[in-house]
Ligand binder design. Structure first.
Ligand code: 4AD
Ligand code: MG
Length: 432
């Protein structure tokens, strides 16, 4: 390991001379002083160059520094109660690794179009840095939660021969003369893994050729999908609720500084940790919508507007269950009490976050599953291995998928999902 010191660690070196390596984030000068804001990814520190303490050449060099030039600074760390970091550096030496020329993103406001075009550079800004750290925290919490609860990671393939979530959003590719698709969801393979391991999850990129330009759709997004043998719908809802509470609690505990950078009001995140999530039957949800003046008929889809109306009365996510069979996927189990509905659940985030999780109890009967496939226009022959799971020790089982970017969008309080992933892929966006 190199003995490189990060800005986030400078508190341990008060009174000592150290070297920091990073980039010039911003600069302010006043007569005998240059205030260099040095960023290194872990944080930002003010480095003060005082004319009386350095050579005239060094003072002049500091004056010429341009935004995002790569620099190495050496100096003494001292406490500075006024700065967000709590420390600053009194500079003794400064080296320029490379002088940047005309960095396009200045500290002034830029439009989203311009920033997205420069996404590879935009990532360096304070706010984007905070979002990516929260994303990292969420993903770490997810893996930690499953690992600590006896789940085994078993990842599903990305190149697949058949659809999971309907045939309209498939990305097709040629696989040595055979048709293949980028996976829409790892679930079907996750079910096979659950029959082998009991409690399992897969976590990877998933793809949807979504022709929708909304603030929550990506064409490439990350989904985490637990699948549990012998879990019914209620167990599945219990798992989803406990899982979300854990993730949010970890972010509140470990990423308070980043939430503050994003000016996030954390009231509803705290409520999510503390309060039970309401569970609302789809049929009741439709009635609630009618009372609120929204006329979605029974059997209709609950879209963005409806989700916002249903969620507005609560400060936690809500769970809507038992959706009409006709609007949900072939693999969902019909409710034995009422086959018009399936044992599905969607978790809708508060504050207009929309659907964060979609899941269900799975159809575990061979004949019913074959019938449901045919009704959905799928050829059972393409799913022979999946049907085997209903022939050899079929059991009730359930699972769900959480879209990471949807979760990050809500936790960070962002308008658009495009800021939640380093390099978003959308209908009109494949660069950078
Ligand atoms: O509701 P979905 O389509 O469910 C499934 O794919 C199931 N096979 C999951 C399972 O049961 N194992 O997608 C699950 C979640 C959604 O709730 C949403 O958070 C996210 O994935 N999602 C998207 N996120 C960004 N862009 C898109 N185009 C998304 N489509 C779904
Ligand atoms: Mg869904």
């Amino acid at each position: 390991m190199s003995s490189k010191i990060s800005v986030s660690e400078v508190g341990r070196y008060v009174g000592q001379e150290i070297t920091l390596k990073g980039w010039l984030y911003n600069k302010r000068s006043s007569g005998k002083l240059h205030f260099l804001q040095l960023r290194d990814g872990s944080g930002i520190i003010q480095c003060v160059v005082f004319k009386g303490e350095v050579s005239p050449e060094l003072f002049d060099l500091a004056d010429k520094l341009t935004q995002e030039s790569s620099i190495i600074v050496t100096g003494t760390i001292r406490e500075d109660k006024r700065s967000p970091l709590g420390f600053e550096m009194g500079v003794k030496d400064l080296q320029v690794v490379q002088m940047a020329k005309d960095y396009p993103i200045s500290p002034k406001e830029h439009g989203p179009e311009f920033l997205m075009h420069n996404r590879h550079l935009w990532l360096r800004s304070l706010k984007q840095n905070a979002i990516l750290k929260i994303r990292d925290e969420i993903i770490f919490a997810i893996r930690e939660y499953f690992h600590n609860h006896g789940f085994v990671l078993a990842d599903s393939p990305i190149l697949t021969p058949a659809a999971c979530e309907g045939t309209s959003t498939l990305f097709e590719t040629d696989y040595f003369g055979e048709k293949a698709f980028l996976t829409q969801s790892g679930q079907l393979y996750g079910e096979a893994s659950a029959m082998a391991l009991g409690k399992t999850y897969c976590f990877g990129p998933t793809f949807r050729a979504e022709k929708s330009k909304t603030r929550r759709h990506l064409t490439e997004f990350w989904m985490v999908e637990p699948e549990v043998a012998y879990n019914d719908l209620d167990d599945n809802m219990d798992l989803a609720e406990d899982f979300i509470k854990y993730i949010v609690a970890q972010v509140l505990k470990n990423r308070a500084a980043e939430l503050k950078i994003l000016e996030r009001d954390t009231t509803k995140l705290q409520a999510t940790v503390d309060k039970k999530f309401p569970r609302i039957d789809y049929t009741d949800a439709i009635e609630i919508l009618h009372k609120k003046g929204n006329n979605t008929p029974w059997g209709g889809d609950i879209g963005g507007d409806e989700e916002t109306l249903l969620g507005e009365d609560y400060d936690t996510p809500i769970m809507i269950h038992r959706y009409p069979t006709a609007i949900k996927a072939f693999y969902m189990k019909q409710d034995p009490q009422n086959p018009k509905v399936v044992l599905a659940v969607d978790v809708i985030g508060p504050e207009g976050a929309g659907e964060i999780i979609g899941g269900s109890q799975r159809e575990d009967d061979y004949d019913t599953l074959v019938r449901r496939m045919k009704e959905s226009g799928l050829d059972p022959a393409g799913y022979d291995w999946y049907l085997d799971l209903r022939k050899y020790g079929s059991v009730p089982h359930s699972g769900f998928g959480m879209g990471i970017e949807r979760m990050v969008r809500w936790v960070c309080g962002l308008q658009h999902v495009r800021e939640t992933i380093p390099f978003p892929r959308m209908m009109d966006k494949i660069r950078p």
